[in-house]
Design a protein around this ligand. Sequence first.
Ligand SMILES: *[C@@H]1O[C@H](CO)[C@@H](O)[C@H](O)[C@H]1NC(C)=O
Ligand SMILES: *[C@@H]1O[C@H](CO)[C@@H](O)[C@H](O)[C@H]1NC(C)=O
Ligand SMILES: *[C@@H]1O[C@H](CO)[C@@H](O)[C@H](O)[C@H]1NC(C)=O
Ligand SMILES: *[C@@H]1O[C@H](CO)[C@@H](O)[C@H](O)[C@H]1NC(C)=O
Ligand SMILES: *[C@@H]1O[C@H](CO)[C@@H](O)[C@H](O)[C@H]1NC(C)=O
Length: 419
Amino acid sequence: MMMRAVVGLWVLSAVICVGRGHHHLGHDDDKAVQDTVVDGSANSVSLVNEANKEFSFRLYRQLAAHADSQGKNIFFSPASVSTALAALSVGAQGETHRQLFSGLGFNSSLLTQTDVDQAFQTFLQRANNTSQEDASEGTAVFVDKIFKLKPEFLQTLKQSYLADGFNVDFSQSTKSADTINKYVEEKTNGKIDQLVEDLDANTFMCLISYIYYKGKWATQFDPKLTKQDDFNVDENTKVSVDMMNLEDRLHTYHDRELNTTVLQLPFNSSYSMLLMLPDVMATLENAISPNHVTKWLKAMMRPRRHDVYIPKFSIRTSYKLNDVLTEMGMTDMFDGHADLGGIYEEDWFGLTVSKLVHKATLDVDETGAEAAASTAILIGRTSDLPGDVLKFNRPFMVIITERNTEKILFLGKIINPTI
Ligand SMILES: *[C@@H]1O[C@H](CO)[C@@H](O)[C@H](O)[C@H]1NC(C)=O
Ligand SMILES: *[C@@H]1O[C@H](CO)[C@@H](O)[C@H](O)[C@H]1NC(C)=O
Ligand SMILES: *[C@@H]1O[C@H](CO)[C@@H](O)[C@H](O)[C@H]1NC(C)=O
Ligand SMILES: *[C@@H]1O[C@H](CO)[C@@H](O)[C@H](O)[C@H]1NC(C)=O
Ligand SMILES: *[C@@H]1O[C@H](CO)[C@@H](O)[C@H](O)[C@H]1NC(C)=O
């Protein structure tokens, strides 16, 4: 059987667990979502899309600056985190809602919660479109049997965030963690299998978002050309990697402002991976913005011949995002001031977000791919002239994006492909 090279599996999931925090008195439930807006829905979809892209890089920088991230690869899905937080904001009120909106970059004088909900509905429906059989995205809500959700909250989650709803018994913490983990494992083709580990007995609800993407390169690598080679983690550290090689007409761009060379590797679809090789990582990661991505995609009009070397890698990341999001101004949802009165029916004061975890995996796999990859080497081979060498043998950044919407599905930094 001829198997096509499966070159990428991107999976990840985010989860927000709401538990009972400190008791506090409720404040007036002034909804912060009643601003009048005249813009059409197409405009709010593009405002939310722009905000999501900005959020991707703000979250990246916050994660990269964090002490726990030093010396580690970074990989996460901005799309999954913003979907989960936007779904939470449906049930948030007052200052908690204001912080979520501003943390996500939604301008409340231009966007209402309803606009945001409709925009996410558009994104999720697009992602779930059958034409992309290997991409899926969605949400789910797991609620304790004794906890009554407001019907409006559940209705909005189901309609706009395409949420699946489940009742569980959180007093049985192992069993309920199992139920959640099984669901996520199934939705991510087995890639994320232990999303929630230690559910504490005070958990009443769990809101989940997941995203899964699998793509084949438009032009595939020949496994026979994959050779052991050095990857320079830093000036003093070399590690040995399986370096893949491809010589082809490819889209690249040298960004003089950032001293960074950008390679676009298209999938056999409207999706692409962007690989960014900077002279100095800090120059790139401190400045990278949605405008750069737009500029790169526009500038890469004509492909040029290149001899490209990219390590084969497989990484797994796990984040607890409480601190990072607090640092981004989303403080109240984590403490006794959380106002999540839009979620539940009775006066359950003191509910807070107890934990926000995010796990991601990225696999570059050649197993059983020899035949298809050989074919790929032949595609586009229009001359025997040697091309410019572009070798990703030191730390680089990656983005998985959809080229028309420039939606950022995944974002990361590979500093050591072997950890
Ligand atoms: C929100 O939009 C209004 C109206 O366009 C603008 O004046 C204001 O500066 C924006 N706020 C932020 C934080 O961007
Ligand atoms: C789904 O795909 C079909 C065919 O490509 C297209 O007509 C439709 O508008 C898409 N739906 C969404 C929500 O993007
Ligand atoms: C996604 O699309 C599939 C096939 O069209 C459909 O069966 C499924 O219900 C959709 N999922 C969601 C969450 O809408
Ligand atoms: C880019 O590289 C050039 C030449 O090495 C250097 O003069 C310039 O300062 C660099 N720019 C940045 C933003 O690092
Ligand atoms: C790319 O997709 C087209 C259409 O779906 C298909 O005919 C072709 O075989 C695919 N190529 C690879 C390398 O998967």
